[in-house]
Design a binder for this molecule. Structure first.
Ligand SMILES: [Zn+2]
Length: 155
Protein backbone atom coordinates (compact mmCIF):
# COMPACT_ATOMS: atom_id res chain seq x y z
CA UNK A 1 0.00 0.00 0.00
CA UNK A 2 1.42 3.37 -0.97
CA UNK A 3 1.43 6.39 1.35
CA UNK A 4 -1.17 8.00 -0.93
CA UNK A 5 -3.72 5.23 -0.53
CA UNK A 6 -3.15 5.26 3.23
CA UNK A 7 -3.95 8.95 3.23
CA UNK A 8 -7.14 8.33 1.25
CA UNK A 9 -8.12 5.68 3.72
CA UNK A 10 -7.65 8.10 6.61
CA UNK A 11 -9.84 10.65 4.86
CA UNK A 12 -12.53 8.21 3.79
CA UNK A 13 -15.11 10.20 5.73
CA UNK A 14 -15.01 13.99 5.39
CA UNK A 15 -12.38 15.85 7.38
CA UNK A 16 -13.38 17.03 10.82
CA UNK A 17 -12.52 20.48 12.14
CA UNK A 18 -11.79 19.38 15.68
CA UNK A 19 -12.16 16.17 17.62
CA UNK A 20 -10.63 12.72 17.82
CA UNK A 21 -9.88 10.02 15.28
CA UNK A 22 -9.33 6.63 16.90
CA UNK A 23 -7.47 4.56 14.32
CA UNK A 24 -6.25 0.94 14.27
CA UNK A 25 -9.07 -0.40 16.42
CA UNK A 26 -9.10 -4.21 16.12
CA UNK A 27 -11.74 -5.26 13.60
CA UNK A 28 -15.14 -5.62 15.28
CA UNK A 29 -14.21 -3.72 18.45
CA UNK A 30 -15.43 -0.27 17.41
CA UNK A 31 -18.88 -0.83 18.88
CA UNK A 32 -17.32 -1.62 22.26
CA UNK A 33 -15.17 1.49 22.05
CA UNK A 34 -18.26 3.55 21.14
CA UNK A 35 -20.09 2.12 24.15
CA UNK A 36 -17.15 2.91 26.46
CA UNK A 37 -17.26 6.52 25.32
CA UNK A 38 -21.02 6.72 25.75
CA UNK A 39 -21.43 7.53 22.07
CA UNK A 40 -24.60 5.51 21.75
CA UNK A 41 -26.46 7.49 24.37
CA UNK A 42 -27.47 11.10 24.93
CA UNK A 43 -24.36 12.39 23.24
CA UNK A 44 -24.40 15.41 20.98
CA UNK A 45 -21.13 14.66 19.21
CA UNK A 46 -21.21 13.65 15.55
CA UNK A 47 -19.65 10.21 15.34
CA UNK A 48 -18.49 8.35 12.25
CA UNK A 49 -17.88 4.67 12.70
CA UNK A 50 -15.94 2.84 10.01
CA UNK A 51 -15.77 -0.91 10.16
CA UNK A 52 -13.65 -3.39 8.20
CA UNK A 53 -11.35 -0.77 6.70
CA UNK A 54 -8.35 -2.30 4.88
CA UNK A 55 -5.15 -1.71 6.86
CA UNK A 56 -1.60 -2.01 5.66
CA UNK A 57 -0.45 -3.81 8.81
CA UNK A 58 -3.32 -5.83 10.27
CA UNK A 59 -5.67 -6.79 7.45
CA UNK A 60 -8.89 -5.10 8.49
CA UNK A 61 -9.44 -2.52 11.18
CA UNK A 62 -12.12 -0.18 12.55
CA UNK A 63 -11.92 3.60 12.86
CA UNK A 64 -14.03 6.02 14.92
CA UNK A 65 -14.18 9.77 14.29
CA UNK A 66 -15.71 11.97 16.97
CA UNK A 67 -16.32 15.63 16.27
CA UNK A 68 -15.87 18.40 18.81
CA UNK A 69 -14.75 16.24 21.69
CA UNK A 70 -11.49 15.23 23.36
CA UNK A 71 -10.93 12.31 25.71
CA UNK A 72 -10.20 12.03 29.42
CA UNK A 73 -7.36 9.91 30.88
CA UNK A 74 -9.92 7.41 32.13
CA UNK A 75 -11.53 7.08 28.71
CA UNK A 76 -8.09 6.56 27.16
CA UNK A 77 -7.35 3.74 29.61
CA UNK A 78 -10.69 2.09 28.88
CA UNK A 79 -10.02 2.31 25.14
CA UNK A 80 -6.58 0.73 25.69
CA UNK A 81 -8.32 -2.20 27.39
CA UNK A 82 -10.41 -3.18 24.36
CA UNK A 83 -8.20 -1.73 21.62
CA UNK A 84 -4.55 -1.91 22.77
CA UNK A 85 -3.35 -1.30 19.21
CA UNK A 86 -5.39 1.90 18.76
CA UNK A 87 -3.78 5.14 17.62
CA UNK A 88 -5.39 8.39 18.73
CA UNK A 89 -5.26 11.49 16.58
CA UNK A 90 -6.31 14.80 18.10
CA UNK A 91 -7.63 17.07 15.35
CA UNK A 92 -7.58 20.83 15.71
CA UNK A 93 -8.24 23.19 12.78
CA UNK A 94 -8.57 20.24 10.35
CA UNK A 95 -5.03 18.98 11.03
CA UNK A 96 -3.59 16.32 13.31
CA UNK A 97 -2.35 18.34 16.28
CA UNK A 98 -1.32 15.32 18.35
CA UNK A 99 -0.93 11.63 17.68
CA UNK A 100 -0.30 8.92 20.25
CA UNK A 101 -0.88 5.23 21.03
CA UNK A 102 -3.48 4.04 23.51
CA UNK A 103 -1.57 2.98 26.61
CA UNK A 104 -2.66 0.91 29.54
CA UNK A 105 -0.90 1.50 32.88
CA UNK A 106 0.46 -1.54 34.76
CA UNK A 107 -2.14 -0.94 37.45
CA UNK A 108 -5.65 -0.31 36.17
CA UNK A 109 -7.49 1.41 38.97
CA UNK A 110 -11.16 2.38 39.02
CA UNK A 111 -11.40 1.98 35.25
CA UNK A 112 -13.46 -1.16 34.85
CA UNK A 113 -15.32 -3.38 37.37
CA UNK A 114 -13.96 -6.84 38.23
CA UNK A 115 -15.88 -9.44 36.14
CA UNK A 116 -16.37 -11.61 39.23
CA UNK A 117 -19.85 -10.72 40.60
CA UNK A 118 -18.93 -11.91 44.12
CA UNK A 119 -15.65 -9.97 44.21
CA UNK A 120 -15.45 -7.63 47.21
CA UNK A 121 -14.25 -4.79 44.95
CA UNK A 122 -17.72 -4.70 43.38
CA UNK A 123 -19.33 -4.05 46.76
CA UNK A 124 -16.84 -1.75 48.43
CA UNK A 125 -13.64 -0.04 47.49
CA UNK A 126 -12.30 0.69 44.04
CA UNK A 127 -11.55 -2.03 41.50
CA UNK A 128 -7.80 -2.52 41.01
CA UNK A 129 -6.31 -4.83 38.42
CA UNK A 130 -2.71 -5.56 37.45
CA UNK A 131 -1.51 -6.45 33.97
CA UNK A 132 -0.23 -10.03 33.93
CA UNK A 133 0.24 -10.45 30.17
CA UNK A 134 0.17 -7.89 27.40
CA UNK A 135 -0.56 -9.97 24.32
CA UNK A 136 -3.18 -11.28 24.61
CA UNK A 137 -4.08 -8.97 27.44
CA UNK A 138 -4.64 -10.61 30.83
CA UNK A 139 -5.43 -8.75 34.02
CA UNK A 140 -5.40 -9.98 37.60
CA UNK A 141 -7.75 -8.55 40.22
CA UNK A 142 -6.00 -7.33 43.38
CA UNK A 143 -8.94 -8.49 45.50
CA UNK A 144 -10.17 -11.90 44.27
CA UNK A 145 -6.79 -12.60 42.58
CA UNK A 146 -8.45 -14.18 39.55
CA UNK A 147 -6.99 -13.55 36.08
CA UNK A 148 -9.26 -12.26 33.32
CA UNK A 149 -8.92 -11.74 29.59
CA UNK A 150 -10.09 -8.57 27.87
CA UNK A 151 -13.36 -10.03 26.54
CA UNK A 152 -14.56 -10.86 30.07
CA UNK A 153 -14.87 -7.21 31.03
CA UNK A 154 -18.11 -5.38 30.44
CA UNK A 155 -18.52 -1.66 30.22
ZN1 LIG B 1 -12.01 -9.31 41.71
Amino acid sequence: MTPDTQKDEFLRVRKIESGIVIDHIPQGNSLRVARILGLDESNQATVSLLMNVPSSSTGLKDIIKIEGRELSERELERIALVAPSATLNVIRGYVVAQKFKAKLPEVVEDVVPCPNPTCISNKEGRPRLHIREHSPLKLQCDYCEKVYSEDEFSF
